[in-house]
Design a protein around this ligand. Structure first.
Ligand code: SF4
Length: 424
């Protein structure tokens, strides 16, 4: 949206007070995200000056539709998912003053989307960019609102993705992060077999100057031998894999309507580690899912000991109306959810520190993202932006460059290091 607006002559403002148009790209997939989105809209509406226009876009608008204007009457325009590409049209209509407010620009169903194949790109600071390869999801996870908000998977054609990657290469982006609700399902709707593998193979030849390609959000059961082989073959594809598992006890997973075959997970991790000895494995878990017993939770902790993930994210179950798990209620008390969350995080902290300590003395390529006071911060292949750790280097290094760093110290999540040499 930012890019489309800039292409039409609009400029980003430094802060809300200077802006003519205030656009909030909301999130609505769990209650805490809804609260945060509404809080932001309420704040902006309360401080809106005469002539300023407030637009709500994104998932929350799609989830609750016109009700969003009841929650915040100061909203002037409402833009649904898969309508984001109409942002300029909505802004122009609001500018004209010829339409009654609020302007609703919502598809009746998220699956009735517009063609998203046109090039769209989001570069983030520090030489890294997200590359969205598909949107929507056809998995049946009982706790999840995303398929109802976004609709089923719609993959972007390989040609459009490659075009965008080429553009990002021209901008000297050093890292491409492939995202979708489920990257392993890429191309299913296009009739592709092993679509993600095909895409990766073509990406590596199309953008050889982009040093790192990172795969996020894979689905258990669909990390194929061919995908593992492809990751191990191409140096550009970093040996990092994010595979959200959500739980490890088959009964909990069954209630979640998620794959229950934990033997498959153990076997696949073994295969991956055999072909990529430096593999950094990330997962996420939900604690306090309806009916989760102490025994089920303990199985999850034991599984974490067995696999020893490099990175773990955890969430407390959020009860969402309209999901399949609504019928199960919200049986685990909030206090117990919090307690399990803390136990799980502490459990992982021990593993994470041990893993980080084993890095001391080794060298790592680090993508520099910021500096100040004689220190630089960056990330190695082991860290995805915002969710994983950092490498802190005792030097002022150029932002957006990849530098080789010798690891000199380890903390629970982050590493310390000194510059070794700069990569040519
Ligand atoms: S795979 Fe992810 S996005 Fe899709 S339904 Fe499951 S949790 Fe939701």
């Amino acid at each position: 949206m930012a890019q489309l607006l800039q292409e039409s002559g609009y400029q980003p403002a430094e802060n809300p007070i200077e802006a003519n148009f205030l656009i909030v790209n909301t999130c609505g997939f769990i209650c805490p995200a809804i609260k945060e989105s509404l809080h932001e809209l309420n704040e902006l509406a309360a401080h809106k000056t005469k002539g300023q226009v407030l637009i709500a876009a994104g998932c929350l608008t799609q989830r609750i539709g016109g009700d969003i204007a009841k929650q915040e009457p100061g909203i002037d325009g409402i833009l649904g998912t898969r309508r984001w590409m109409d942002i300029v049209e909505v802004v122009e209509r609001l500018r004209s003053g010829r339409y009654p407010k609020p302007i609703y620009h919502l598809p009746p169903s998220p699956t009735i989307g517009k063609d998203e194949r046109g090039v769209h790109r989001v570069a983030i600071q520090g030489g890294s960019a997200y590359l969205k390869i598909a949107d929507g999801c056809r998995r049946p996870c009982a706790f999840c609102t995303i398929p109802s908000i976004k609709g089923t998977i719609v993959s972007r054609p390989i040609k459009a993705i490659l075009e965008e990657a080429r553009y990002l290469q021209k901008l000297e982006v050093r890292e491409l992060i492939l995202i979708a609700q489920d990257t392993t399902d890429y191309g299913h709707d296009l009739g592709l077999q092993d679509g993600l593998v095909q895409l990766l193979e073509q990406l590596t030849t199309t953008v050889p100057e982009i040093s790192w390609i990172r795969i996020m959000y894979t689905y258990p059961g669909f990390v194929t031998d061919r995908l593992i082989e492809t990751m191990a073959t191409y140096q550009q594809i970093v040996p990092y894999l994010d595979m959200p598992l959500q739980h490890a006890h088959p009964s909990t997973l069954r209630r979640m309507r998620r794959p229950t075959n934990m033997e498959w997970v153990s076997r696949t991790v073994e295969k991956m580690r055999a072909s990529m000895p430096d593999l950094a494995l990330r997962t996420t878990f939900i604690v306090g899912y309806p009916g989760e017993t102490e025994e089920e939770f303990q199985v999850l902790l034991n599984f974490m000991d067995e696999i020893r993930f490099d990175r773990v994210g955890a969430f407390q179950f959020s009860f969402e109306t309209g999901t399949a798990s609504e019928a199960l209620g919200d049986s685990v008390p909030a206090k117990l959810k919090q307690e399990r969350y803390e136990r799980l995080m502490e459990h992982q902290q021990t593993i994470s520190l041990e893993k980080n300590l084993s890095m001391v003395g080794k060298t790592l390529d680090v993508l520099v993202e910021g500096y100040g006071d004689g220190l630089s911060i960056g990330r190695s292949y082991r860290d995805a932006p915002e969710i994983d750790g950092l490498v802190i280097v005792q030097d002022s290094l150029p932002i957006g460059e990849i530098c080789t760093v010798r690891v000199t110290g380890a903390m629970t999540y982050d590493l310390n290091g000194v510059l070794e040499t700069k990569q040519e």
